[in-house]
Design a protein around this ligand. Sequence first.
Ligand SMILES: [Zn+2]
Length: 420
Amino acid sequence: MAELGHGGKKIVERIMSASEAKKKAKGLTQIPVRGQIAKEIINIAYGFFTPLQGFMGKKDLDAVVKRMKLADGKTIWSIPILFDMSEAEIEKYGVKAGQTVLLTFEGNPMATFKVDEIYAYDKAKICKSVYGTDEDKHPGCARTYQYKDKFVGGKIMLVNKPKINPPYEPYFIPPLEMRKKFKQKGWQRVVAHQTRNVPHTGHEWLMKGAWLQAYGELPIEKPIVGVLVNAIIGDKRKGDYIDEAIILTQDELRKSGYFGDHNHLTSLTFWDMRYAGPKEAIFHAMLRTNLGLSHHMYGRDHAGVGTYYDAYDAHHLFLKVQKDLKIKPTFSMNWLYCPHCGEVTNEGLCSHKPEWQKFSGTLIRSIVQDGVKPPRLIFRPEVFDLVMESAEKYGFGSPFVTDEYLEKRTPVFSIPPMKV
Ligand SMILES: [Zn+2]
């Protein structure tokens, strides 16, 4: 039976065998792409973006902007996947509709791209629809305004598989492989935890709460529900946690026994956060449906930034379109530490509001920067040690992204050399 993903469509796989790739790629015009586009190529080729088989044409983009759907009018789609080119590049490479070109990354062949159309689109209109604002200080809008003036739509086919570099290799688990893993584990339901963070106990409880919610009416004595941590690995901003610290510490919660093999798995998806709030929440639902998950956790201000969205906007939009999504939500309010309760609890549970200690980013950051081991009720000692170790091993002394890290880090993936 075919594995079905978002929109009830078969999981897309657009990957050529090495021998076929050599023949097909030969003699094609080569066009270099930047990291942003290379990540999207991987996502399309391995089915993370099912049912997309390539970069969006104008009809799909227009449907996404106007109706949050693909051009078929049925499939929900909330964030456009675009390939941009300048007029000068189009002229330089002689790109025309109907032509197949070879996309290269850092000098090596990556994918063929069958050009269906070249078109222009109002970027401010994209911003208003996806981000609810056209202000260029919104990071998603800024990213949109950076697109060059033309978009190119068409299908891609991966001709050269990415090499995932250490320490990330075990965590790149594409949709078809992920589904096999869930079967091996005997998980009947799996709930997604979206993250870009090193976990504190508030995150841990977000996962634990969602795990309980996902069990629902299932018999609880069997390990048939899992949590999938799906870390978003993409463009970094200074001050973010370094990717190595994020992925390794998330997995450490399993290794140190706060979870176990029977209920916890860590993986990554290449995605540049757009900070689209509710629209990104829907996008994450589509992505995790393709990974084979049954549930998705949404906390407060999911994928939000600044004050652009209200805390529960993502929950509301999800409920509005739920009938067109396969995945079910587990909603959560903030988890926090209450000294009166002497434990991590939830805004919706505990009434000692004046005593609450929220897990603010600033608090956690100051704990990490002090380098003094925090109370285990707030930050697990194993996680803390690993953050410090990652800083030394991968972060040039810092667990947070610095200029030096951006310049010298080992890339998460590279495209190996290939003769065509
Ligand atoms: Zn309390």
